[in-house]
Design a protein around this ligand. Structure first.
Ligand code: ADP
Length: 257
């Protein structure tokens, strides 16, 4: 105070610089913390099926050789657990690639029709969930976009599967394609029990499940929605849980061409 204006200016510039350094250190500490937590969570998630694989291998070994049916059962479970580990590893690798998107482009975009893609996802859902009512709302006849069809299918399949897995049998599911505010929208909704208000902001977090034990029994990794959101964002789009009173509705938006 009272110094030459040049000195004051220097002082201000210096303080601003210190603030920037503080900020970037905090950002870095946070990123490191997130990474540590991710590695710890991933190891934990992989350990669970790995322990099962070991357990079933032991059971197989000790099952009497004259009990082929019992051995076959242990083998089938072992294979299922190994398959679960495979899915988990695929998700982890994809997340790592999406995180490092500047280094390696994780998408293979091409011209594709979103309406057709949603139709294919609906057909596949009906085939794998016989007895489930799925309605496809009337919408545009076609919607040509630039996207990675395999990855957008993955997002759609994940939302549809969640709507089936996390709701009682017989709960109706619906999907709708529309265009609003210069973006393509896909809304996947169900009328199941929904997501508790306290957990709404966390369902996109890696490894988050509302009911850990039950969801894991159903083969859920808790990675589905975080992978889906990362894929939506890699397309320049968004994935969000809509604030609707009578439905659990996830809305995927994608940029128009
Ligand atoms: P998971 O592999 O467990 O399904 P997700 O990341 O796909 O993992 O979903 C995270 C959690 O969000 C789920 O474990 C579930 O508790 C909740 N959830 C997702 N979709 C729905 C839905 N349609 N209805 C109710 N709960 C849901």
């Amino acid at each position: 105070p009272g110094g030459a204006p040049e000195v004051e200016e220097l002082r201000t510039a210096f303080n601003t610089m210190l603030e920037h350094i503080d900020d970037s250190l905090a950002v870095r500490a946070e990123a490191e913390q997130r990474l540590r937590r991710f590695v710890a969570d991933a190891s934990h998630e992989l350990r669970t099926p790995l322990m099962s694989v070991r357990g079933y291998a032991d059971l197989f070994q000790y099952a009497a050789a004259n009990e082929p049916a019992e051995r076959e059962r242990h083998l089938a479970r072992l294979r299922a657990e190994a398959a679960r580990m495979g899915v988990l590893l695929d998700d982890l690798l994809l997340l790592a690639r999406l995180d490092a998107a500047e280094v390696e482009a994780p998408l293979r975009p091409r011209d594709a029709d979103l309406v057709e893609l949603v139709g294919q996802a609906a057909d596949a859902f009906r085939a794998s969930h016989p007895g489930r009512a799925l309605t496809v709302a009337p919408g545009p006849a076609s919607l040509p976009l630039r996207l990675d069809p395999q990855r957008v299918r993955q997002v759609l399949d994940n939302l549809l599967t969640n709507a089936a897995v996390h709701t009682p049998p017989g709960t109706p599911v619906s999907v709708a394609v529309s265009v609003a505010d210069g973006r393509a929208l896909v809304r996947v909704a169900d009328r199941g029990p929904g997501i508790p208000a306290a957990d709404r902001s966390r369902v996109f977090d890696r490894f988050f499940r509302v009911d850990k034990a039950r969801s894991r029994d159903r083969g859920g990794s808790g990675l589905g929605l975080s992978v889906a959101r990362s894929l939506a964002e890699a397309h320049g789009g968004t994935l969000a849980l809509a604030d609707e009173p009578d439905a659990t509705a996830f809305v995927l938006t994608l940029p128009l061409r």
